[in-house]
Ligand binder design. Structure first.
Ligand code: AHM
Ligand code: MG
Length: 333
């Protein structure tokens, strides 16, 4: 039987090979993975664990929180507070940053997360996930403020997601390609199941919420119209469509077999640049996709180059197979 490589061993070996993973970062990634195991267990229990349904509260963006949004947020915070690897955390579910309490040692990293992405799928037993991004606290100043988090995506030192689907899979990059780990529930550990993940450059599959079509801008409409025209249209091939409504699951499919994912700006809320959050969703996913040979833009620029002005800033997202992303971006002129 081929030797199984655990997440711990993978991280230790990465640390030895190219020094991309300093000790504190390794600890951070192991702690996040452990938290994801805890969230996975809660997700699996479903109605038996009393975790389904609404919590009856709203987050800072005015979205109704599900019980699991709050549970996942708490699991991540509790797991990461005491290890000495972090200065502070920020979450889609919390208005402000969460500095590590004074009673614990302070580390040099900043952790951002969408604790439970795809919330609308929780109660219907469809794949959901956790997305996370790691930044380094800017050197020099004591304490930590929200401004320390406002770094562009290309400054990330690690990014990943965990998808809770038929399998629980952790996907990780530290800037050296993308690796996938599958949770072995009997052993209780993540096992390396794919390395050097590559997204095919071309695709015949797109993911977008088609019900918003009438609200889109001309370039996105043009791209989708051309896909829908199929063999008889300008693309001279038929396209397939998938929309899971969990970004984690849609991105995971694209990493596995290619495709393009779009959540563009639309006219429903013209003042917002998009629906998805730059810091918790777009940045980590864009870096993972780029590390797998794909591309990610907001139609005008590389997402990783967007300089954030607020923690909960939103952004238009076009990511996946390189040639398709470049095509849609070129339509934006
Ligand atoms: P969430 O973080 O509150 O779950 O929202 C983000 C999700 C993405 O995972 C998904 O791509 C999108 O929202 C689905 O939106 P819609 O319901 O408009 O299709
Ligand atoms: Mg989300």
């Amino acid at each position: 039987m081929a030797q199984r490589i655990s997440l711990t061993r993978y991280l230790v070996e990465q640390q030895r090979i190219d020094g991309l993973i300093p000790g504190q970062l390794r600890l951070l990634l192991e702690v996040v993975a452990r938290a994801c195991k805890g969230i996975s267990q809660a997700v699996n229990k479903g109605a038996l664990g009393g975790v389904l349904g609404s919590a009856g509260t709203e987050n800072v963006q005015g979205e109704v929180q599900k019980k699991l949004d709050i549970i996942a947020n708490e699991v991540l915070i509790e797991a990461n507070e005491w290890g000495g690897h972090l200065a502070a955390m920020a979450s889609e579910e919390m208005a402000g940053i969460h500095p590590v309490p004074n009673r614990y040692p302070q580390g040099e990293y900043l952790l951002l997360f969408d604790p439970l992405d795809g919330s609308s799928n929780i109660d219907v037993n469809v794949s959901i996930g956790t997305i996370f991004s790691v930044l380094k606290k800017p050197a020099g100043l004591a304490g930590v403020t929200e401004a320390d988090f406002l770094q562009p995506g290309h400054a990330q030192v690690a990014a990943g997601y965990c998808v809770y689907g038929p399998q629980t899979t952790l996907v990780l990059t530290v800037g050296d390609g993308v690796a996938m780990f599958t949770l072995d529930r009997e052993q209780g550990s993540f096992v390396l199941t794919q390395q050097n993940v590559r997204i095919p450059e071309d695709t015949r599959e797109f993911a977008i919420n088609m019900s918003n079509m009438r609200h889109w801008d001309a370039p996105v409409r043009r791209y989708i119209d051309e896909c829908l025209a199929g063999k008889e249209g300008p693309r001279a091939k038929d396209f397939n469509m998938r929309w899971i409504a969990s970004m984690v699951a849609d991105v995971h499919r694209i990493l596995t077999r290619g495709g393009i994912f779009m959540y563009p700006w639309d006219k429903r809320e013209p003042d917002k640049p998009g629906k998805l959050r730059l810091m918790y969703e777009a940045n980590p996913m864009s870096w993972i996709v780029e590390q797998a040979g794909g591309a990610a833009t907001n139609g005008h620029q590389r997402i990783l180059d967007v300089v954030p002005t607020g923690l909960h800033e939103r952004v238009s997202v076009i990511l996946g197979s390189k040639n398709e992303v470049e095509r849609v971006t070129s339509y934006h002129g």
